[in-house]
Structure formats: C-alpha cells, structure tokens
Design a protein around this ligand. Structure first.
Ligand code: PLP
Length: 398
C-alpha cells in the first residue's frame, strides 16, 4: 500500500507482522507484574541441570572449546546421538549423514518446515498445540492447518479428523507426543494408526518427541520413525531441554533420511553455522552420564502428576490422564468462566498462574494448562488456592 513505509511497522514483512504474539508470553507479562505468584505456567523443569553436564560445559570452555564445530555438529556428539536413538527408540541413523545438531528443538522445527515446505504447501498439526507450530509454518511461507484433537479422545489426534483437512496441497504432518499442552501420549496402536494415515496420504512427518523420556504408568514411548514405512518420510526432533533439564543450554537434534537432513543443514550452515561448541560437549556428557538423575526427575514428575490430577478431580475439574510430558489440561468451563477469565481471576485473587487453554489454539478453549514442573510443596499450596478460588466461583454461581 503506498505510504505504508512512512512508519517503521510498514517496513516489516506482512506475514511476520500478521503472526500472532505467543499467548503464553502475553499472559506472562501479567504474571510478572503480580507479586508472590506460584507459577504452574512455565513449561520448563524446576530441577537444575545435573552437575556432570554443567561440569562438562565448564571443562570444555577451560580446554578451548571456543571455536566453530562442523556445521552438522561435533562428530562425537552425533555418534552419541545415533547410539542413544538406536538403543532407546529402535531406529538406526548414520551419524555422518542423517543427524544434525541444532540449537534446541525450536531451531530443528524451524529448519524442518523451511526445508520441507514449498510456498503455499499445507502443514497439518493437532490443536491444542505447542505455540510455535502455526507461526513457524507461516514464516516458511506454508499454510498452517490446525486439526482439533478432541478431549473425549484423550487429546490424541484421530486419522478421520486429519483426513477431513487433507487435500492436494497437504505436504506435512507435524506431531508432538507426549504433547504440550495436554500431556497426551501415544500408545502404540494410536501411533500405528497415524503412521498408516501418513503412509496412505504420502505425507512427510515432523515428529517433535522432546518429551519422549517423560512417560508414565510404565508405558514406553513409541517413536513414530520406528514404525513400518515411517523412517523414510519422518524427521525426528529431540533435545535436552526437558528430560535433562537443560532449557538454557539451547541444544537439540534432528534425525532423518540423508536428503532431508542435508537440506536442513544447508539452511543451518547459512543461518546458524553450528550449535554452540561447549554446549555440544555438555550434550555429549548428558548422553554418556547421569541416567540415574534423569530417572529420578521422571519419577518426581510422575508422583506430582498423580497428586495434582487427583487434587483437580476432587475440585470437580476433570482432566484426561496425561501419559507424558509435565502438563495437566483440566476442563474449567463447568464453572461458567472462559479460560482467560479463570486464569486472570485465579492470578488476581489467589496468585496462582496457569495458562488459558486457548493460548494453544481455539481447540484449547474451556481448559487451562497447569505445569507440574513445580515442587510438590508448591503444588499442594497451589491446589489449596485453586480450591478457594473454585469454591468462591461455585458459591457465586449457585
Ligand atoms: N517442542 C515442544 C513441544 C515444547 O514444549 C518445547 C518447549 O516448551 C519446545 C519444542 C522447545 O524446545 P527447545 O527448548 O529444545 O527449543
């Protein structure tokens, strides 16, 4: 439009200008202005990174790991990733050509959609979803297509729902199990149904399995790339932020067929060069070392999940049983409040932060996300405060 560059905003690319700001960040502006809040809002471990990992980063810095690494990442880290993924998920990748070390799963997602979508291609993803998927697809000039996952189906996306939104332009299916924000995990039969759908429609799959180690009730994680027909069409994304409590390190990786990883590496070499070298050393130590500490964190999350889910159910806020990750996604609409009104009211009256479910897309309306990456004592105090808030709302409504 003529004259639109007369203001600085007019100089920003339209598809970036028009992308929504993260609903989580918007709510957190409000949280940070409120004193003494118990936060069930953030999606990161309350645990500190195990010492052996931190020491490896310090040691690496002291011993001169201050240079670029190979674009794809340190060979020894790629070998360690190949070993770990092969042992844990049962899929073999060649460390030379099929693994790329990234600055977190966030960068892996960005590279994958940019490498795999042509302009105008459609990418399906289940909603409620992690906030980055839609905007990243739009930044890659693709068309994000959210597919609602039903609460009654445990927030697992159903092939019929995907089929209803698949057409000749559909190229990509973005999946995330165990899921943020619902905690839904994918038992093997459900994973097989999704794999069969992807194969039948010849879709490329980007599978964000960042919570793979955090599964509960003794149910093992099913890696989508390990299922028949999937390895050749899937980019597996994983990282260290959650299970190893390494959010601030910014490190993750992508595994997939060589041409897909080569395409992602091409973008990575121009836009990032390589992941931070001392951090790659820390990631290698994470894969070599602290299995017992990682297992202890997982056990703590499971105990908290059991406590918080039954506490919410006792308050009449039902939620499907999260099979993984560290989130509960209770339904609050029975109180006659929108998710935002619930979250703002709870913050203002009881100083507990939860995230309105519609920050994760329209399909999250009527729910809120409560993270249990919070110590058990704080979680108990938060539940007592939520009980007071809910009690007052019920009394006002009766
Ligand atoms: N994917 C999902 C589903 C997440 O929940 C998150 C963080 O909350 C990320 C990716 C980002 O991970 P990273 O810290 O590895 O960039």
């Amino acid at each position: 439009m003529p004259g639109s560059r007369s203001r600085p905003e007019g100089r920003v690319a339209r598809h970036v200008r028009e992308a929504p700001r993260s609903g989580i960040r918007a709510f957190f502006d409000l949280v940070s202005a409120t004193p003494d809040v118990i936060s069930l809002g953030i999606g990161e471990p309350d645990f500190d990174t195990p010492w052996s990992i931190r020491e490896a980063a310090v040691y690496a810095l002291e011993h001169g790991a201050t240079h670029y690494s190979a674009n794809a990442g340190l060979p020894k880290l790629r070998r360690a990733i190949a070993g770990y993924v092969g042992r844990t998920f049962g899929v073999a990748y060649d460390p030379e050509s099929e693994i790329l070390v990234t600055a977190g799963v966030s960068q892996g997602l960005d590279l994958a959609v940019r490498a795999l979508l042509d302009p105008g291609d459609e990418a399906l993803y289940p909603e409620p979803s992690y906030v980055a998927y839609g905007p990243l697809v739009a930044f890659a000039h693709g068309r994000p297509v959210a597919v609602p996952a039903r609460a009654e189906a445990g927030f697992r996306i159903e092939p019929e729902a995907l089929a209803a939104r698949t057409n000749a332009r559909t190229r990509l299916l973005l999946l995330n199990y165990p899921n943020n924000p619902t905690g839904a995990a994918l038992p093997r039969p459900a994973a097989e149904a999704l794999a069969a759908f992807a194969c039948a429609r010849d879709l490329t799959v980007v599978s964000d399995e960042i919570y793979a180690e955090l599964t509960y009730d003794g149910e093992p994680h099913t890696c989508l790339a390990a299922l028949p027909g999937m390895r050749e069409r899937t980019v597996l994304l994983h990282g260290f932020s959650k299970s190893w409590a390494m959010t601030g390190f910014r490190i993750g990786y992508a595994c997939g067929p060589a041409p897909m990883i080569a395409a992602m590496t091409k973008i990575h070499q121009y836009s990032m060069l390589c992941a931070a070298t001392p951090v790659q050393e820390a990631a290698a130590a994470a894969l070599a070392g602290p299995g017992a500490e990682v297992a202890a964190m997982r056990e703590a999350y499971e105990a908290r999940r059991n406590y918080a889910r039954s506490a919410l159910a006792d308050l009449g806020l039902p939620c499907s049983r999260p099979g993984g990750a560290f989130y509960l996604f209770p339904k609050i609409e029975g109180l006659g409040l929108t998710a935002s009104a619930f979250a703002v009211g709870l913050l203002e009256e009881e100083r507990v932060a939860v995230i309105p479910g519609d920050a994760f897309g329209a399909a999250g309306a009527g729910h809120v996300r409560c993270s249990f990456a919070t110590g058990l004592d704080e979680l108990k105090e938060a539940m007592a405060r939520i009980a007071r808030f809910v009690g007052r709302r019920r009394a006002a409504g009766s």
